[in-house]
Design a protein around this ligand. Structure first.
Ligand SMILES: [Fe+2]
Length: 244
């Protein structure tokens, strides 16, 4: 499995404060069957704004520790970007804020967007259009938390039909966040609007939750469609060949 959204990097944002904490998360992910993790610290926000340089230094330290401990977890670089007015321009001049892209050729670049509750759903259509002009696809993190989408998932249907992607959260589908978020996740899955599932892990418990969440999704969608949420769908976003 691939976990497309985590705060596993030590000492950069509200994830683990040190390498030991990050390694504990890595062990939990491996035990759950995860082999690739995207490290997506918060960026471009007023409160948390990790720079590409700071991310890369933490990433290098974590990769070295994983190698030293012979832990076979592959870490891919990403960010969770807040929507700022000039996000499309920022991504053009600083592609480090996009997901790092692997060897599979021909795909679009993708950016993980932190979907703030205050952002009107209507603003997302404009953002999608501006990013698509740059051949960038937005992936919205935790849509189940957004009040406009929680009221009716049909509010986000146009965004998905036009090519935007939604990443639901494993712990929310499992009901760990609340019954409302679980119900929204189920509705997004049931209507074919959720493209990817990831943990948004800040700690050990969430880092190990992907396998249980796939089991839950399997009851709703069947095994093949549930597996795709954590295998082929995130692999396409990262440009990875699953056969490797
Ligand atoms: Fe996150």
């Amino acid at each position: 499995m691939i976990d497309l959204h985590t705060h596993i990097l030590p000492g950069v944002d509200d994830g683990p404060q040190d390498l030991d904490g990050a390694i504990a998360m890595a062990r939990a992910a491996l035990a759950a069957g995860v082999r690739v993790v995207a490290a997506t610290p918060h960026a471009l926000g007023t409160h948390l704004d990790v720079s590409p340089d700071v991310r890369d230094a933490s990433l290098t330290a974590l990769r070295a520790e994983l190698a030293r401990l012979l832990l076979p977890l592959h870490i891919v670089a990403g960010f969770e970007c807040q929507v700022v007015d000039r996000l499309p321009e920022t991504l053009t001049t600083q592609p480090a804020y996009l997901y790092a892209r692997g060897p599979v050729a021909g795909g679009q670049r993708h950016v993980l967007i932190e979907l703030r509750e205050s952002l009107p759903v209507t603003a997302l259509d404009d953002l999608l259009f501006r990013l698509q002009m740059l051949r960038i696809t937005p992936v919205l993190a935790h849509p189940e938390r957004h009040p406009g989408i929680a009221r009716s998932v049909s509010a986000i249907e146009g965004f998905v039909r036009r090519g935007g992607k939604l990443q639901i959260t494993a712990s929310a589908l499992l009901g760990d966040v609340g019954w409302r978020e679980r119900r929204v996740c189920e509705a997004l899955l049931g209507q074919g609007l959720a493209g990817v599932m990831a943990t948004d892990a800040h700690g050990v418990r969430e880092a190990g939750s992907l396998g249980l969440a796939v089991a839950r999704a399997t009851k709703l969608l069947g095994a093949a469609a549930a597996a795709a949420l954590v295998t082929s769908a995130p692999a396409a976003i990262l440009g990875l060949d699953l056969a490797e």
